[in-house]
Ligand binder design. Structure first.
Ligand code: SF4
Length: 295
């Protein structure tokens, strides 16, 4: 019989747990509509669950039209302009920004305010909500480095302070540090601000992916750490498939794969935005296919 295991370290990080429990608490204690600025979590299944409870997602343009309402800020954090709009429009903020992100915002703000001619550089995904919040601390003057090519935008003759979006890969960050170091003439300071809730999962996740014959990695496509963690799993086990949920598992395809590849064990894991219940649903579906086909 094929064995199925859920990775015990996969699932929500404390920042996401905190944001979701704040939303649920508000929804059960109040009759007024609770708006959330942006998707509370990059997982459509969990979003749907919370929307059914009354959470309404709005974007930044829609925020400007809100007056005297209640708006939850998700774990990614927000730039100062969001707080200003809320103040002007009498919006009550339920701030669920992750404390790790808030600390990073503070560090960047201090570096920006103290700096003489220092260039603030952020290693992160352009346009990602967390990066927008970080950029906002520098009045949008920070240089966002997403890949090696972006390093060209840094002036090597001026001081540099480098920070990282919390969910980037540590390996890629170290590579960016080396590349900047190699071309920099003026002083260069770097701050490894990658959240250990993501980085610490890597070794365990690699071991988990390596020990199984087939791995299902569950996450939404908007999840930054989902992309990083999925790539790590695929590096050690090419038989790793990314799925959104149980609906992506086709019984006939799975049966064929198990037989053709002589699969004995299947692992299920996910990102910091993947709910445990979703991985359990996937496990149930796989087990039902195994039992029905006597695999
Ligand atoms: S990954 Fe880290 S920084 Fe991001 S929300 Fe989770 S705990 Fe906070």
């Amino acid at each position: 019989m094929v064995e199925v295991e859920i990775n015990k370290d996969s699932g929500f990080c404390f920042g996401v747990v905190n944001a979701i429990s704040k939303a649920e608490e508000e929804l059960s204690n109040s009759d007024s509509t609770l708006y959330c600025l942006g998707d509370i979590v990059h997982n459509s299944h969990e979003l749907e669950r919370l929307q059914k409870k009354g959470l309404v997602t709005i974007n930044h343009d829609e925020l400007k039209a809100q007056k005297n309402t209640k708006v939850l800020l998700r774990a990614h954090g927000e730039p100062p302009s969001t707080y200003q709009i809320a103040k002007q429009n009498g919006i009550e903020i339920i701030d669920a920004s992750c404390p790790v992100v808030l600390r990073l915002q503070k560090k960047i703000k201090e570096a920006y305010e103290l700096s003489d001619d220092t260039q603030i550089v952020i290693f992160g995904k352009k346009g990602h909500a967390e990066v927008v919040g970080l950029e906002g601390q520098t009045n949008n003057t920070a240089i966002i480095v997403e890949n090696e090519n972006d390093i060209e935008r840094i002036d090597p003759n001026r001081k540099v302070k480098l920070f990282s979006q919390t969910t980037m890969s540590l390996e890629k960050f170290n590579n960016i540090v080396k590349l900047i170091e190699a071309r920099q003439n003026a002083p260069f300071e770097y701050n490894d601000t990658i959240c250990r809730q993501v980085a610490n999962r890597m070794p365990n996740l690699r071991d988990f992916a390596e020990k199984h014959d087939l791995v299902f990695f569950a996450s939404g496509e908007k999840s930054s750490n989902g992309k990083v963690l999925f790539e790590e799993c695929q590096k050690v086990n090419p038989n790793t498939l990314q799925i959104h949920g149980k609906e992506d598992i086709d019984a006939e395809n799975l049966k064929k794969m198990i037989i053709e590849k002589s699969i004995k064990t299947i692992g299920i894991c996910g990102a910091t935005s993947t709910p445990k219940w979703l991985m359990q649903e996937i496990e149930e579906k796989i087990n039902s296919i195994i039992i029905a086909n006597k695999l």
